[in-house]
Write a protein that binds this ligand. Structure first.
Ligand code: ATP
Length: 224
């Protein structure tokens, strides 16, 4: 049986705080691969600072030569907000019989009950909640019964369980990276070199490119 980990996010830009948890969860739970899925529009967040094409290019550079990290474009290709349930249903159709594990940081999990069609997320996949510095593990009451400490439990059910997985604490955030980039600061050792080079070559998150992105996002909004 194939086991597929799924890490969704804005990846604006990708950094080691995304990639290290992905490889640690993969090793701990024996996934065949982790799919990194950038959102076109995250339903509960502001518009990204970089375009989908740039965020994708940085992810591709980050995952290059790593067969167990698969960059998956399905949310960028789908119009409208990037709802996780739509992504999971499309993965379930593409990989019949595979087990799906949706990975999210503790910060994202704290608002899980606000996610679109969240009960159906749990009928399609297991959730793996990773620890994150500055984010306490808060378990939304509606899903408390689904939480299991025992990873072996995840083997017994096809979906519907929530497992908290401790990962190496890396206090890196895309927000801090965007701020550092805007100020022309040093981004070494926060993110993979290929992604950093792309960011710097394209002057992403600089004041000029931030203005360009805002204009693009406004144009998209008025175009409906
Ligand atoms: P921002 O700073 O813009 O909020 P982010 O890196 O937190 O960016 P996403 O790119 O959407 O946001 O994150 C994707 C997933 O990775 C989320 O589930 C998030 O919780 C997790 N994540 C991000 N950074 C870390 C980190 N440093 N440690 C653990 N998990 C992280």
């Amino acid at each position: 049986m194939q086991r597929i980990g799924i890490l969704g996010g804005t990846f604006d830009p990708v950094h080691f705080g995304h990639l290290r948890p992905a490889v640690e969860v993969r090793a701990a739970l024996g996934f065949d691969q982790v799919r990194l899925i950038p959102a076109r529009v995250s339903p509960l967040r502001d518009s990204p600072g970089a375009s989908g094409a740039d965020r994708l290019a940085m992810l591709r550079a980050a995952a290059e030569g790593e067969p167990d990290l698969v960059v998956d474009e399905r949310e960028l290709e789908r119009p409208g907000p990037s709802y996780t349930i739509d992504t999971l249903e499309s993965l379930a159709a593409e990989f019949p019989g595979a087990r799906l594990y949706f990975i999210m940081g503790a910060d994202a999990f704290a608002s899980f009950e606000r996610w679109y069609r969240w009960p159906e997320i749990l009928t399609t996949a297991h959730l793996v909640v990773t620890t994150r510095p500055e984010a306490a593990l808060t378990i939304p009451p509606a899903v408390a019964e689904a939480v299991t400490d025992d990873p072996a439990e995840l083997e017994r059910a096809a979906a519907g369980l929530i497992h908290a997985q401790g990962v190496t604490a890396l206090d890196i955030s895309a927000t801090a990276i965007r701020r550092t980039a805007a100020a022309g600061g040093d981004l070494r050792y926060l993110m993979p070199e290929g992604a950093r080079r792309y960011l710097e070559q394209h002057r992403l998150y600089s004041p000029e490119s931030a203005a360009r992105e805002r204009a693009r996002a406004d144009g998209n909004r008025s175009a409906g």
